[in-house]
Design a binder for this molecule. Structure first.
Ligand code: ADP
Ligand code: 5GP
Length: 220
């Protein structure tokens, strides 16, 4: 893979998809890997846009054929990154963004140690719950059990945050997007001194006050 691989993980509902779209608007040359999943499309999601929606049988065929860079079972469904996404990015000469869960991220960190890993946190469990509820209302689905499951999973995922190189708190969207932009530019060696300083504040090794405040609200 010629370009840089960015691994992004976040508890579901943290605003990762929103933040990824905003970052791609701010910086060019960032391809997004469209994952395969066996879950049903949500709201206005379309096959081949947000995900490649597929069956368990087809997903298991792809696992056996070694077509995945990584895959995991999340909330009872399979999710995976096809190796072909890396080929496409290489052909297009772009960097590649993977939006994957913690289990998948840990696999990729092992096989591709140069990948730049970024963990996105919601500012608090209350805000996370509100975002999850707003999203399900907007999509016309209000499955209480799904929301409860995602909330309890969030805390477990946060325990893995220190395995990531960067962590940022998605409180005010513009600020979090500026931080993501700075991280991308610095990884490319194209950041100015303000970008370098902004990215450095997001290093997990720094454990900024903002990061610790968010973790504290989760009792961590
Ligand atoms: P994820 O991809 O992490 O599951 P989404 O991007 O779907 O999360 O965001 C979940 C909900 O939170 C959406 O309704 C989105 O509009 C909202 N949201 C995302 N980021 C912010 C933010 N910084 N401030 C307020 N609302 C946000
Ligand atoms: P959602 O169903 O909300 O779109 O995603 C649920 C979780 O699956 C999120 O944590 C998301 O990052 C993760 N996910 C999406 N695609 C992949 C993938 O290709 N591999 C892995 N391991 N996780 C994924």
């Amino acid at each position: 893979m010629a370009g840089i691989l960015f691994i992004i993980s976040a508890p579901s509902g943290s605003g990762k998809s929103t933040l990824v779209s905003e970052t791609r608007r701010l910086v060019g040359g960032l391809d997004f890997s469209i994952s395969y999943t066996t879950r049903q499309p949500r709201g206005s999601e379309q096959d081949g846009v947000e995900y490649h929606f597929t069956t368990r049988a087809e997903f298991e065929r792809m696992i056996a054929a070694k077509e995945f860079l990584e895959w995991a079972e999340v909330f009872g469904n399979y999710y995976g990154t096809a190796l072909s996404a890396l080929d496409h990015a290489r052909e297009n000469g772009t960097d590649l963004l993977l939006d994957i869960d913690v289990q998948g991220a840990l696999q990729v960190m092992k096989t591709m140690p140069k990948a730049v890993s970024i963990f996105i946190l919601p500012p608090s469990p209350e805000v996370l719950e509100r975002r999850l509820r707003n999203r399900s209302q907007a999509e016309g689905v209000a499955e209480e059990s799904v929301i409860e499951r995602r909330l309890s999973q969030a805390r477990t995922e946060l325990l893995k945050l220190d395995d990531y190189r960067y962590a940022l708190v998605n409180d005010v969207l513009d600020q979090a997007a500026s931080e993501m932009r700075a991280i991308v530019l610095v990884a490319r060696g194209a950041g100015d001194s303000a970008d370098v300083a902004l990215a450095a504040e997001c290093l997990t090794s720094q454990h900024s006050g903002r990061l610790d405040a968010a973790l504290g609200t989760f009792g961590l």
